[in-house]
Ligand binder design. Structure first.
Ligand code: CAA
Length: 389
């Protein structure tokens, strides 16, 4: 076992931290309050290769490994979790599935503009009636000659209003209910119409949109992988994506801890620094321990993925633990700051709002537990219990 990051991994981590401290940290509060998507930031990330950190150089990326990409997400999210999710969905939920499942033609056509950051990517799976039960989606793709005609709607699509490329799931076999009749398509902005922008509790510097797909025509060259295999693409994509959300949660918790620790050194009550009181020491000790545990789970899952080893359960464990830890520990950071923590004078209330979503998207904590339980119990955990009457 080797717990040291490589020189390359430390390099990309340091580069991202520098950029985040110069370009994101000074603006994050104002983006949050004005609900502003920082369009001007992404070309700067692209210049450093951070819009395609783990994409091979031949496809326009930086050619780093998956753990390096996870370090990038952690650092971006430490500065602003809205930026973190924008890059996460762009990379692990859009660029990577095209790279993994695409033909040579699809890879060379769709991946370089994404990896170079010339376009943003979006992942369109969720619909109003299909969230956790992703296999029940109702958007349809009907074959007409050599084309597919796609009709339906999608909900809560991160980057939906900014993306140039969409990985979109639709039912190509209406006779087959559930996961088996679903296929995956690579669409462009002209195939979709943004119908609504979501107002959220947090992540205000990211965009979340509803989409209408109104008879969009897609040639066979836009079908990703085989017809009817789309759900497997979605699941395999989420296996990796969840490691990214774990890194996002980790970054948010780290940011909250940094503020709380500094405050404990400075704030005085009863004639002493509050960090001199055991009540505060124990909170900081628990925060540091849980952040460490989440980091180890997250880096292990990332390492397994980059080694090409199974990582479904390990990614789910990392996301489950890191997201619940982030919610718990951002609340503790507010507690350490007391009344100040509840105000907009400090960023911990933003961290608390931003942390909550990590327990929900890319699979709720309940779905992560289901995925983990299936890895323990196999098929048994998939069946509904038979109720005897
Ligand atoms: N990798 C590859 N294939 C997989 C897989 C995996 N990890 N997990 C399942 N599959 C395959 C199965 O083998 C099966 O294939 P066959 O039909 O060929 O046998 C098929 O997929 C169906 O599998 P299940 O029977 O397990 O499917 P299910 O209906 O029971 O659903 C689920 C499983 C885990 C609940 C799944 O629906 C799920 O993950 N739900 C959560 C959805 C989710 O995470 N949404 C996130 C939206 S995107 C987002 O949030 C992005 C953002 O903005 C940040």
């Amino acid at each position: 076992m080797d717990f040291e990051l490589t020189a390359d991994q430390r390099g990309i981590q340091g580069l991202t931290r520098e950029l985040a401290e110069a370009e994101i940290v000074p603006n994050a509060t104002s983006w949050d309050r004005s609900h502003r998507f920082p369009d001007e930031l992404y070309p700067k990330l692209a210049e450093l290769g951070l819009m395609g950190a783990c994409i091979p150089e031949e496809y326009g990326g930086a050619g780093a490994d998956f753990l390096s990409y996870i370090l990038v997400l952690e650092e971006l999210s430490r500065a602003d979790a809205g930026v973190g999710v924008t890059v996460a969905v762009h990379t692990s939920a859009t660029t990577l599935p095209i790279l993994t499942f695409g033909t040579d033609e699809q890879k060379s056509r769709f991946v370089p503009p994404l990896a170079r950051g010339e376009q943003l990517g979006a992942f369109a799976l969720t619909e109003s009636g299909s969230g956790s039960d992703a296999g029940s989606l109702r958007t349809v793709a009907e074959q007409e000659g050599e084309e597919w005609v796609i009709t339906g709607s999608k909900q809560w699509i991160t980057n939906g209003s900014r993306a140039g490329t969409f990985v979109l799931f639709a039912r190509t076999d209406p006779a087959t209910a559930g996961a088996r009749g679903i296929s995956c398509f690579v669409l462009s902005a002209e195939h979709v119409r943004v119908t609504r922008e979501e107002e959220k509790l947090g992540l205000n510097s990211s965009t979340t949109s509803d989409l209408a797909i109104e008879g969009a025509r897609a040639g066979r060259d836009r079908l990703l992988h085989e017809e009817g295999r789309g759900f497997r693409i979605a699941m395999a994509t989420l296996d990796g994506g969840r490691i990214g959300i774990a890194a996002q949660a980790l970054g948010i918790a780290q940011a909250a801890y940094d503020v709380a620790r500094r405050y404990a050194h400075e704030r005085e009550q009863f004639g002493r620094r509050i960090g001199d009181f055991q009540a505060i020491q124990w909170k900081l000790a628990d925060m540091a321990t849980e952040i460490d545990a989440a980091r180890l789970l997250t880096y292990r899952a990332a390492w397994l993925k980059q080694e090409g080893r199974p990582h479904t359960a390990e990614g789910a464990k990392a996301k489950l633990y890191a997201s619940e830890m982030a919610r718990r520990q951002t609340a503790e950071a507010i507690q350490i700051l007391g009344g100040y923590g509840y105000t907009k004078e400090f960023p911990v209330e933003r961290f608390y709002r931003d942390a909550k979503i990590t327990e929900i998207y890319e699979g709720t904590s309940e779905i992560q537990r289901l995925v983990i339980a299936r890895s323990i119990l196999g098929r048994q955990a998939r069946e509904e219990p038979v109720v005897q009457t």
